[in-house]
Design a protein around this ligand. Structure first.
Ligand SMILES: O=P(O)(O)OC[C@H]1O[C@H](O)[C@H](O)[C@@H](O)[C@@H]1O
Length: 535
C-alpha cells in the first residue's frame, strides 16, 4: 500500500515537473474540457477546468487517492472510529446533521445524543421567541465557537427575523466597549459558546458580560445566561441554569461545530427553520461525500486540485473570493477550517511530512478584493489559485448591480487564465497614440502572464440550504487533503504554546511587576510597555 502510494506520488510529481505543466491555455483548446472538468454536487456546480490539471494529471491524482485509500478513511470517520488519534477521539460532525440512528461513536448512539440536543434547542427557541422579551442575542466565543455562526448569520440574517445577533470574541476590551452601548441588559440573551469552557478570552468576556447583567438585574441576570459546551461542570459553576445548557460531545471539533449547540445563535436570530435548512443542506453534501465514487466526488476533486497546486506546482497560498457580500465572513471561517486542520508538519505516525501541506488561505468578497490585493494575483511573481464563488440569483431587486457583480467575478477568472500578451498591449498603446519610446518603456509593466488557476463555484441562490452545502463541501475537501497527506486534520496542538506563554506573561504585565526570563527582544518590549503605561 505504502509502495503503491509512493509510486502514485511519483507519477503526480513527474507530471507536475514536466515542462509546461502549469500551462492552462493549451488545455482550454479542447472544447470539451470545460464540461468534463465541471462537476455538480447537490445544488452546487464547480468548474475546475481553469487549472493546469490535465486528463493525465487527473488520472494520476485519482490513482494517488485510491492508493492512499481515501474512501476507506472516509468510511472509518463515518463509522465513528477514533481517527483523531492524537486526541483519541472520533470525528463525527457528520452526525450533527445526519438522520437519527445513523452514527455511532465508541459504544454511544451519537445520533441520539445529537437529536436530543436539537430537540431541546428547538424547544428553547420556541420559548424565547414566544416570550417576546428578548430582542437580541449576544454570543460570546472564539475560533470555532464564533467564526461559523458569525459567518452563517452574516449570510442568512434578514430584517424581520426573530432576533438580532451580536458576537463577542476578542479579549480586547474595545470589542465589548463597542458592543455594550447598543445592548439593553433586560432584553439581551447571553450565550457563552465554548467547547471546553476554559478558553481564556471567552471566559474573560463571559465574566465582563455577567457583571454587566448583574449590575442591571442583580443575580437574576444569571437567568439570561445560556451555555453551549461539552464541559457541564464548568457551566454549572459559572451559574448557568441547568435547563439552559446545551451540550455536545468531544467528537465535535471546534471548527466543525457550527452545526451543534454552538449554532444556537443562528437558530435564535434567524428562526429554527433556517437552522434546520442549514443542517439539511450540509446533510445533502454529506450524502454526496459518502456515496460518490472517486472520479465524481467533488470534495475529493477539489482536494486533488489543491494538492496539484501545493505539491505539484509549489504554490503556497489560495485566495477565496465570494462574489456575494453576505459571504463576507466565509473566507475567515475557511481560514480556520483549512489552516487549523491542515497546518501540520508531521504524519499521523509522527514522521516529518516529506512535502508541503496546507496552504495559506485568505480572501475578501469580490468586487472589493479587486481593488486591493488582486494586483498580486494577476502580476505577482507566484501564482495564487483562487476560488471564485458566484451566486446566480440575488435576494434584492437591484438587477444591474448584480449583473456587474457577476461580470466582475467571471472577468477575474478569465483574466487570470488568458493574461495579456505583447501584441495586444502594444496595439492598445499605439491606438492611444503613445510615443514608441513610451510604449517600449511601459510594455513590461502592462503584460499579464496568464495561465493562473481558478476554480469557480456557482450557487443558484444563497439560502440556508445552499450555504450548508457550501460549508460542508469545504469541510470534506479538508478531510480528503488530510487523508492524502497522511496528517491529522483534526487536532490543533500548534495553538497551545502561545496560550501557555501568554499565561506566564500575564502577571509580568501588572503595574510594577518585573519581567521574567525572556529572549532580549521580548524583555525589551515588556519594559517599553511598562514605560509607556507608567508615563
Ligand atoms: O470552544 P472553545 O473550547 O472555547 O475553543 C475555541 C477555539 O480555541 C482553541 O484554541 C482552538 O484553536 C480552536 O479550535 C477552538 O475552536
Amino acid at each position: 500500500m505504502a509502495g503503491m502510494a509512493e509510486a502514485a506520488w511519483g507519477r503526480v510529481m513527474e507530471l507536475a515537473r514536466a515542462p509546461g505543466a502549469a500551462a492552462i491555455r493549451p488545455l482550454m483548446e479542447d472544447p470539451s474540457r470545460a464540461a468534463r472538468f465541471t462537476h455538480r454536487a447537490g445544488d452546487l456546480l464547480a468548474d475546475l477546468s481553469k487549472t493546469s490539471v490535465s486528463d493525465e494529471a487527473r488520472a494520476a491524482l485519482l490513482d494517488l487517492a485510491r492508493a492512499r485509500g481515501v474512501l476507506a478513511a472516509r468510511d472509518a470517520m463515518a463509522a465513528g472510529e477514533a481517527i483523531n488519534a492524537t486526541e483519541g477521539r472520533a470525528v463525527l460532525h457528520l452526525a450533527l446533521r445526519g438522520p437519527r440512528g445513523a452514527f455511532r461513536a465508541g459504544g454511544e448512539d451519537a445520533s441520539a445524543a445529537v437529536h436530543d440536543t436539537l430537540d431541546a434547542m428547538r424547544a428553547f427557541c420556541g420559548r424565547i421567541h414566544a416570550g417576546g422579551r428578548f430582542t437580541d442575542v449576544l454570543s460570546i466565543g472564539i475560533g470555532g465557537s464564533d467564526l461559523g455562526p458569525q459567518m452563517a448569520l452574516r449570510a442568512l440574517w434578514r430584517h424581520g427575523m426573530p432576533m438580532r445577533a451580536h458576537f463577542l470574541s476578542n479579549v480586547d476590551g474595545h470589542a465589548w466597549e463597542a458592543l455594550r452601548h447598543g445592548l439593553d441588559p433586560a432584553r439581551t440573551l447571553v450565550l457563552v459558546a465554548s467547547k471546553t469552557f476554559t478558553t481564556a478570552e471567552t471566559m474573560a468576556n463571559a465574566h465582563l458580560v455577567r457583571d454587566w447583567l448583574r449590575a442591571a438585574r442583580g443575580t437574576a441576570g444569571d437567568a439570561q445566561l445560556v451555555a453551549l459546551s461539552t464541559n457541564l461542570a464548568a457551566t454549572r459553576e459559572f451559574g448557568v441554569p441547568e435547563a439552559q445548557v446545551f451540550g455536545f460531545r468531544d467528537w465535535v471539533g471546534g471548527r466543525f461545530s457550527m452545526w451543534s449547540a454552538i449554532g444556537l445563535s443562528i437558530a435564535l436570530a434567524c428562526g429554527w427553520e433556517v437552522f434546520a435548512n442549514l443542517l439539511a443542506g450540509a446533510r445533502r453534501m454529506d450524502e454526496h461525500f459518502l456515496a460518490a465514487p472517486e472520479a465524481e466526488n467533488l470534495p475529493l476533486l477539489m482536494a486533488l486540485t489543491e494538492l496539484w497546486h501545493v505539491d505539484g506546482l509549489g504554490l503556497p497560498s489560495r485566495a477565496v473570493l465570494p462574489y456575494d457580500e453576505r459571504l463576507a465572513r466565509f473566507p475567515a471561517h475557511l481560514q480556520q477550517v483549512e489552516m487549523e486542520s491542515l497546518g501540520k508538519r508531521v504524519t499521523m505516525e509522527g514522521a516529518p511530512v516529506p512535502r508541503a501541506t496546507g496552504p495559506v488561505v485568505f480572501g475578501e468578497p469580490g468586487t472589493n478584493a479587486q481593488h486591493s490585493f488582486m494586483q498580486l494575483l494577476h502580476q505577482g511573481t507566484t501564482p495564487v489559485p483562487a476560488d471564485i464563488v458566484l451566486v446566480a440569483n440575488p435576494d434584492h431587486g437591484f438587477e444591474e448591480n448584480h449583473r456587474q457583480l457577476l461580470a466582475n467575478g467571471l472577468a477575474q477568472a478569465e483574466a487570470l487564465l488568458r493574461g495579456r500578451g505583447e501584441g495586444e498591449v502594444r496595439a492598445e498603446m499605439e491606438a492611444k497614440g503613445m510615443a514608441p519610446a513610451a510604449v517600449e518603456a511601459l510594455l513590461p509593466h502592462r503584460l499579464f502572464p496568464g495561465d493562473r488557476p481558478s476554480t469557480t463555484l456557482v450557487l443558484p441562490r444563497l439560502d440556508a440550504n445552499t450555504l450548508g452545502q457550501l460549508v460542508a463541501l469545504y469541510e470534506h475537501k479538508v478531510f480528503f487533503l488530510g487523508a492524502l497527506w497522511g496528517i491529522n486534520a483534526f487536532d490543533q496542538w500548534g495553538v497551545e504554546l502561545g496560550k501557555q506563554l501568554a499565561g506566564a506573561l500575564l502577571p509580568e504585565l501588572a503595574p510594577g511587576a518585573a519581567a521574567g526570563a525572556h529572549d532580549p527582544s521580548t524583555a525589551a518590549l515588556i519594559r517599553e510597555l511598562h514605560r509607556l503605561q507608567a508615563g
